[in-house]
Design a binder for this molecule. Structure first.
Ligand code: FAD
Ligand code: S2G
Ligand code: ZN
Length: 477
């Protein structure tokens, strides 16, 4: 792979035997065990094709009992395991490094229980995010998170990565919505851990469900999720605004929070390089007639079309009158609103047509948000084809992406560790929502004390005493 693999050597895990395979086939039935190289290939490679593992066995359990029996056997035999859901992760955390067994959750997708009075969902971890959103729509509800991978990612994977996305600004993170999890532990019994009842309030323990949010398959296999859904808004309005400076974007955000208040639901940004890439690679044109250095996508979600449209119109006019924006347009139809969102959602795909992409998912204090882009642009110069930045400005999450026609060690060395050192030196986090995985493992110590890292190591060993879950990633132990 062209992404630098830290010089890893295979741990002292057992190798798969025919006896193991027969045992798994007895547990899961023939359809639950993949051994054919072609069938296994998509489970060995991540979405970005940065990493390629050499797993010789993919298991697809259908029930928590099957997951438990599998983990009991893997513990007994000290077989390394990679939990996998939609395999849309962007840090190399969902695929094997060597011959780890992949335990795919995609067949654990039967249970869907929703109580529309409290708005509480209890479901199998293997349900696709978009399917959940659609099914909740029948009750006038929706999922509190939305991301470009919604058609493939599974809710168990979303919880395991602590996924953010474009609704976080309004509805908060998964920590605000997960009420309880069922998790299978990698121990001698394949313990099924019930992390609490599905209640809005339960103050009787250490709230360990939160430990598994963002745990990246390190601590246990999430098999059931209980979480709150949110009422589907009657009125969704979308506007695009063009700003000449990032400082103006920040002022617009401040005004949006004040003037749009409770109906503000998304505040995304695409810089001019992103718009150029969308046009050149995907033929998608900016909807603003005056091209701007920063293109904001602002969405409101409320209960009254008339009220919300008036509010958003008034807001746009105010930004233009104050000179904070050079151009602005309010979508007048759902189709037009979808065109605006298509710009933001296609940024990821459009930049991949450039060739090799160095991706970033970083949180920064807003005053530094775009300074990172400027510092990287200056540092890499003509080594990069493009330095483009889009992201969830509303919650300080930048997706700085650097493209080149192919992987270049020289460009890699100019970028790393510079990008992550700059980030932590400016009070940021090296991962805002995608996690750490393999991609950022070596930078985990940045901004974290040895005591902090040692604590993570103790927690890991407490839940995974034989270190069989998702080895080689995230933790520097
Ligand atoms: P996988 O990729 O299969 O697994 C992710 C991690 O979770 C791995 O470490 C895996 O071992 C672990 N895991 C998976 N299932 C379980 C389980 N049941 N129990 C325990 N561990 C498990 N992410 C965002 O946060 N915001 C975005 O806006 C966003 N946009 C994206 C857009 C595109 C086009 C793509 C390709 C990805 C995007 N992502 C985004 C990244 C990715 O979609 C998320 O990280 C998502 O939550 C991964 O879910 P998944 O089901 O694909 O999990
Ligand atoms: C997004 C995922 C893709 C990317 O689009 O919000 O989280 O390009 C990202 O990093
Ligand atoms: Zn994102």
């Amino acid at each position: 792979t062209s992404t630098q693999l830290p010089n890893l050597k295979r741990g002292d895990y057992s190798s798969l035997t025919d006896a193991d395979v027969q045992h798994f086939e007895r547990l899961l039935g023939a359809g639950g065990v993949l051994r054919d190289e072609t069938d296994i290939a998509p489970y060995n490679t991540d979405w970005m094709s940065w990493y390629r593992g050499r797993s010789r066995c993919v298991l697809l359990p259908r029930t928590v009992e099957e997951v438990s029996a599998v983990m009991k056997h893997c513990f007994d035999r000290r077989l390394a395991v990679v939990p996998q859901s939609g395999n849309t992760g962007l840090v190399g955390a969902s695929v094997p490094v060597f011959d780890e067994i992949v335990v795919s959750m995609r067949r654990l997708n039967k249970r869907f229980d929703f109580d529309p009075i409290p708005g509480i969902l209890q479901c199998d971890a293997g349900l696709v995010l978009e399917e959940l959103d659609t099914r909740l729509g029948e009750f006038g509800y929706m999922m509190p998170l939305d991301l470009g991978a919604k058609g493939s990612c599974l809710i168990g994977g979303n919880v395991a990565t602590g996924a953010g996305g474009v609704r976080l600004l309004r509805y908060g993170s998964l920590h605000a919505h997960v009420l309880a999890l069922e998790v299978v532990l990698p121990d001698k019994d394949g313990t099924v851990l019930e992390c609490g009842p599905a209640l809005r309030k339960d103050n009787t323990g250490f709230h360990e469900s939160h430990l598994f949010i963002g745990s990246e398959g390190q601590l246990g296999l999430i098999t059931q999720v209980a979480m709150t859904a949110v009422p589907k808004p009657n009125s969704v309005q979308v506007a695009m605004l063009g700003c000449d400076s990032f400082l103006d974007c920040c002022k617009v955000l401040g005004d949006a929070k004040r003037l749009l208040g409770e109906i503000l639901s998304s505040f995304e940004m695409m810089d001019s390089e992103t718009m150029r890439c969308l046009k050149e690679n995907h033929g998608r044109h900016n909807v603003l007639s005056t091209p701007a250095a920063f293109n904001l996508l602002i969405e409101t979600s409320g209960s009254s079309q008339e009220h919300d449209q008036a509010k958003l119109n008034k807001f746009l006019e105010s930004c233009l009158e104050k000179g904070l924006a050079v151009d602005g347009v309010l979508a007048t139809s759902v189709e037009q609103a979808n065109t605006f969102w298509a710009l933001r959602e296609n940024a990821t795909l459009a930049l991949m047509d450039d060739g090799y992409v160095f991706k970033h998912d970083i949180s920064l204090p807003l005053k530094h948000y775009y300074r990172l882009t400027e510092a990287v642009r200056e540092r890499v110069g003509s080594l990069a084809k493009r330095v483009i930045t889009y992201g969830h400005v509303g919650d300080g999450n930048t997706h700085l992406n650097v493209t080149a026609s192919e992987f270049s060690q020289e460009l890699y060395d100019r970028l790393y560790p510079f990008v992550y050192e700059w980030t932590t030196q400016h009070g940021g986090s090296i991962s805002a929502e995608h996690g750490v995985g393999l991609l950022k493992k070596r930078y985990m110590p940045l901004g974290k004390s040895p005591a902090h890292l040692a604590q993570y190591g103790r927690l890991k060993r407490f839940y995974d005493p034989r270190l069989i879950l998702n080895p080689y990633k995230m933790l520097t132990m």
